[in-house]
Ligand binder design. Structure first.
Ligand code: C5P
Length: 419
């Protein structure tokens, strides 16, 4: 699987002729953006840069201009810059807009549509893909205001890289460090070159929990947030696949451009999945309830002091992963998830056999995974086990999609060889 995959990924592709608008906002991580510019320039990209007033406190327009080999822009009201370039033209000429570092304040501006300086005005006028690399103190990152803003931006399709956890310039420790320039560079590179590799393929993704009603107000459910499955649907979409996301009741925002079928119960989820067949890829990331109350009580069950608590009889739910794995319209690649609290790999390997799927993504849910933004996972196939260290769920999703891309590329190659 990996041999041809590596050949595929090592194909020499440079960012030549790609134009990037880089916005540097105020944060100590701005010094890393100088290295990012160097990496991108070395790769052949054209860079136009904007420094916010805060950004210019950390790196000078002179350094940025010298590395970009083009003057850095700083001022919305600069008569010279506006007459020669103009903020709309800056946006129009970019293939991609990168904000690195993205400060908490700047993300708030983006989320709320403020346009009070050159950088925010460009973004409000932007119809181009946007990638941001947040950087801030870990408490600022964790603040609900910032988290809401990030969720809003993600829901608009903005790609968020990082932040990483680690020691901070303020002497504290936690998530908030801007991702390393090489990591941001790789994202930019894969944005340009790994897109559309799944073009022409149909993908079905299940995500979130299922709620199995007991009576009109109660249900059996679980703690799944749907984040990992939504991130996978997004990553498949980014790679050009035609994605249907079958989503159980989750609060997580879903990017508006994804096709979503919302369901509540396992039975509804199965029906929605079958309606999305035929598909080439099925990823079952949903935490489907194994059982449902055998009978739905039409009226709210009342507590009676003279009666002991009611016993709720359960029926078994359909196993969606197993059904898809043995379906007459079986997708060419079926991937299941194993959420375990112990003996992770053994249980996951067992699951690969019992479910009849091709791969299992295994994660230890005792490691604070439910509802978290990060995951630590293993990809288990009949031949290999790959470990993906703890990383944002979006990154785990991209890793999975990279393996999917290699799988279909290998198939294509062996078809060609057989012809
Ligand atoms: O059997 P278990 O729930 O541990 O298996 C997990 C995998 O099976 C996940 O991929 C989940 O989406 C899928 N599953 C399913 N339908 C069920 C139960 C689990 O699709 N009823």
């Amino acid at each position: 699987m990996h041999k041809t995959g590596l050949l595929f990924y090592n194909r020499v592709m440079t960012s030549e002729n790609k134009s990037i608008l880089l916005i540097i906002t105020g944060g100590i991580a701005a010094y890393k953006s100088l290295e990012l510019i160097r990496l991108l320039r070395k790769d052949g990209a054209q860079i136009r840069s904007i420094l916010t007033a805060g950004g210019a406190q950390f790196v000078t327009p002179l350094s940025v201009s010298a590395l970009c080999e083009h003057p850095a822009y700083t001022d919305l009201w600069s008569l010279k810059d506006e007459s020669e370039m103009g903020h709309i033209r800056l946006v129009r000429e970019a293939d991609l807009i990168v904000v690195a570092p993205a400060s908490a304040d700047f993300m708030a501006k983006m989320a709320h549509g403020l346009a009070d300086d050159l950088a925010s005005t460009c973004l409000l006028a932007a119809d181009k893909p946007i990638l941001i690399a947040p950087a801030m103190n870990h408490r600022m990152w964790a603040h609900p205001a910032t988290q809401n803003n990030v969720a809003t931006l993600r829901a608009r399709g903005v790609q968020v890289i990082g932040p990483d956890a680690g020691a901070m310039a303020c002497g504290e420790y936690g998530p908030g460090r801007m991702s390393e320039p090489e990591v941001i560079f790789n994202h930019i590179h894969s944005f340009f070159f790994n897109t559309d590799q799944l073009h022409g393929l149909k993908a079905l993704v299940t995500a979130g929990p299922t709620f199995e009603p007991i009576d009109p107000v109660r249900f059996i459910g679980n703690r799944s947030s749907g984040k990992q499955g939504i991130a996978i649907a997004q990553a498949l979409h980014d790679s050009g696949a035609d994605v249907t996301l079958v989503l159980g009741p989750a609060d997580e925002p879903v990017p508006a451009h994804l096709r979503v079928i919302k369901v509540h119960t396992a039975q509804e989820m199965l029906a929605a999945c079958e309606s999305a067949l035929p598909a080439d890829i099925a990823i079952c990331a949903a935490a489907v309830s194994d059982w449902r109350p055998a009978e739905f009580q039409e009226h709210k069950m009342k507590k009676r002091s003279d009666q002991s608590p009611p016993a709720i009889a359960l029926s078994e739910n359909p196993d969606i992963l197993k059904t898809l794995s043995h379906h007459k319209n079986r997708p060419r690649l079926v991937v299941g998830f194993a959420a375990e609290t112990h003996n992770l790999l053994d249980h996951a390997r067992q699951k690969l056999k019992t479910k009849g799927c091709d791969w299992i993504v295994a994660n230890n849910v005792s490691e604070n995974v439910f509802g978290a933004d990060e995951n630590h996972a293993f990809l288990i196939t009949s031949q290999t086990t790959l470990e993906w260290p703890r990383a944002p769920k979006a990154q785990i999703a991209r890793r999975l999609v990279q393996q999917i891309t290699e799988f279909f590329h290998d198939r294509l190659e062996s078809h060609k060889a057989a012809e």
